[in-house]
Design a protein around this ligand. Structure first.
Ligand code: ADP
Ligand code: MG
Length: 144
């Protein structure tokens, strides 16, 4: 299944993500693909909010994964932008997160394509300069 939505502000993107999080189930995996500055972290903040997490969620700069335990289920936020080698994922025991009891969200998921679970929700965010600075096209595709 695939659908698209358009947003015209960070608030709208956050609100959309928040609604998505409300129907999330343990061991769901959401991958996020899109260029730098497109809104992956904004989207992630909406997901966190939807799970009831009040902590500030930013891109984990020095760690690949950030864990938030205060929501309705654990939230595992990966940003694999700086990953050098796929073995780094083995070292942190990624399977415990991906197939665990929380919601996993992976920014720059295309960089670790070979280890992504087959069953996942792929979110792609794109800009379109012709439609304005704050315009974003968000595509959601369920794969299983
Ligand atoms: P990424 O994580 O993809 O590198 P960020 O989420 O950190 O990007 O930054 C996205 C930037 O784009 C923020 O400064 C945000 O305010 C801005 N922005 C403008 N319009 C939108 C929109 N419609 N949806 C999401 N972010 C938007
Ligand atoms: Mg980011």
């Amino acid at each position: 299944m695939e659908y698209k939505i358009e947003t015209n502000s960070p608030e709208e993107t956050r609100e959309f993500a928040k609604k998505m999080a409300e129907s999330a189930k343990p061991s769901d995996v959401i991958t996020l693909i899109g260029d730098l500055g497109v809104g992956k972290t904004v989207f992630t903040q909406g997901i966190a909010e939807g799970l009831g997490i009040k902590d500030t969620v930013n891109s984990p700069t020095f760690t690949i994964v950030q864990v938030y335990d205060e929501g309705r289920m654990p939230f595992y936020h990966f940003d694999v932008y700086r990953i050098g080698d796929i073995e780094e994922m083995d070292e942190i025991g990624y399977e415990d997160y991906f197939y665990g009891d929380g919601l996993t969200m992976i920014e720059w998921a295309n960089l670790i394509e070979e280890i992504l679970p087959e069953k996942r929700t792929e979110v792609t965010i794109e800009k379109n300069p012709e439609k304005g600075f704050d315009y974003r096209l968000i595509k959601v595709k369920t794969i299983d």
